[in-house]
Design a protein around this ligand. Structure first.
Ligand code: GLN
Length: 484
């Protein structure tokens, strides 16, 4: 039961092959057996989940229908859930219980979902390996010595290890797509503004976006039908009508033009990653898509631009953690200023401190023009690169990451090397466009999954869903399982 997709389980529940309680219990049995190895969760909400499953069974028996009735789903631990902890994998928020549900959490609950627990992540979503986590790191289910990617590594590992049917993650610079890629699952970062950020603990507000992490593209389409749309509580959520994303699954993709950005295939890409991506491109050609070369000339500046803008926004967003309003408060002193300083010194991890300092630096007078303002200008150039490219193509096809999942501890002491893991994903966030990672093969060198990234124009997730679904109907990469 635990290895079903959402759509399969929905059908099985409707046909009464098993109940929502049985499905939820099967998921927790799976968690009990693999979680000691994988450690995908920060905490589980078993009692609440079983009650939600009972309610779902009552509704199913009464003939009620809702898009996710009885479906066990996990949430990244930066999505606020009323009554249960939301820690962001940080010591500073370790005991924080939000007084309200994030809009997406409320939407899932209203759609009948069973919330299994909160998944591990890099602290405040800053990282690419889920090693910057206060409680414990998460392991890649395909090889426990390797990282699951990050920052939504817990969500990716939980889906890959069948500890839930699907999960939500968040993506500021690749945090849905890169871990999906590393763990062999499907991860969709929607257009900036498509999904409400209300109740998402902020990292970099102009880049953050919540999205689905699933076993198939079809399941992502279903989740987008639940979480997409304008939210009056988030002024940056866009007033754009939500299409029926499930309809995109029926679309024909032949004749669509796929743009191959030449800058993504330069030195530094693992040959096995390149091989799988090129085979993926051939598969798309066999489905009638036409290949065109496009250029994104400012790609080389994306990592630098991102780390200026993201750190600047993080330094202001994280100023709220002062020991007064939320979470941890240092007990070391009764002097106010020292209390602030000790709280932040004790509560934040190394990487978060590094980003706060970088962000404060680039925003400080004398450096603002040289770094922050310039970063914003380059961001505009990157956005224009995509606009130019989309004059010649409907979707862009590229790798998600230059390498497969790397070993635990391999990059943790080298922040620059870690930052470079995101080179292929960051520009979609800077431009605000949607992107999806879908499994595209297994590396012959290390046996780890490789993904294909598709990107499209603002608010055109439907093209990603159409192409991704056709790809999955014609390949079996997404059906490969880790042996665990
Ligand atoms: N890995 C990138 C970073 O460290 C992106 C993280 C994210 O998307 N939240 O900032």
């Amino acid at each position: 039961m635990h290895s079903k997709t959402i759509l399969q389980a929905k059908e099985d529940l409707r046909q009464k092959k098993y109940s929502a309680v049985e499905l939820t219990e099967a998921v927790y049995q799976r968690i009990d057996s693999v979680e000691p190895k994988v450690q995908a969760f920060v905490h589980l909400t078993r009692d609440i989940a079983l009650k939600q499953a009972q309610t779902a069974d009552q509704k199913l028996a009464a003939g009620e229908d809702a898009p996710l009735l009885g479906i066990p789903i996990a949430l990244k631990d930066l999505i606020c859930t009323q009554g249960t902890r939301t820690t962001c994998s940080s010591q500073i928020l370790d005991q924080f219980v939000a007084p309200y549900d994030a809009t997406v959490a409320g939407q899932l609950k209203s759609a009948g979902a069973v919330i299994v627990g909160k998944t591990n992540m890099d602290e405040f979503a800053m990282g690419s390996s889920t090693e910057n986590a206060w409680h414990h790191p998460t392991m890649n289910p395909w090889n426990l010595e390797r990282v699951p990617g990050g920052s939504s590594g817990g969500s990716a590992a939980a889906v890959s290890a069948h500890e839930c049917l699907a999960a939500l993650g968040s993506d500021t610079g690749g945090s849905i797509r890169q871990p999906a890629n590393f763990c062999g699952v499907t991860g969709l970062k929607p257009t900036y503004g498509r999904v409400s950020r209300f109740g998402l603990v902020a990292f970099a507000s102009s880049l953050d976006q919540i999205g689905p992490m699933t076993k198939t593209v079809a399941d992502s389409a279903l989740l987008m039908n639940v979480i997409g749309g304008k939210d009056p509580r988030d002024s940056t959520s866009a007033d754009v009508a939500r299409p029926d994303f499930m309809k995109a699954l029926e679309r024909d993709v032949s004749g669509l033009r796929m743009g191959i950005p030449k800058e993504y295939f330069t030195s530094g890409i693992d040959p096995e990653v390149e091989r799988s991506v090129q085979e993926g491109i051939k598969t798309l050609e066999s489905l009638g898509m036409k290949k065109v070369e496009v250029s994104l000339p400012h790609l080389q500046y994306a990592v630098a631009t991102y780390y200026i803008i993201a750190c600047a926004e993080a330094s202001t967003n994280l100023s709220r953690y002062d020991g007064v309003k939320y979470g941890h408060r240092s007990q070391k002193t009764d002097n106010l200023l020292e209390m602030y300083m000790n709280t932040r010194e004790e509560g934040f991890g190394e990487e978060v401190k590094r980003r706060i300092m970088l962000g404060t630096f680039v925003l400080s007078s004398g450096y603002y023009d040289a770094y922050y303002l310039k970063g914003q200008k380059v961001r505009t150039l990157i956005k224009q690169d995509f606009e130019n490219a989309f004059e010649h193509c409907d979707v862009i096809v590229a790798p998600n990451a230059p390498v497969t999942a790397f070993k635990q501890k391999e990059r943790i002491d080298d922040p620059l090397k870690m930052y470079l893991s995101d080179i292929y994903t960051i520009s979609a966030n800077l431009a605000g466009i949607p992107g999806i990672s879908i499994p595209a093969g297994i590396s012959r060198t290390d046996g780890m999954p490789v993904g294909l990234q598709l990107m499209s124009k603002h608010f055109d997730e439907e093209s990603l869903i159409a192409v991704g679904h056709r790809f999955q109907q014609n390949t079996d990469h997404h059906l490969q399982q880790p042996s665990l």
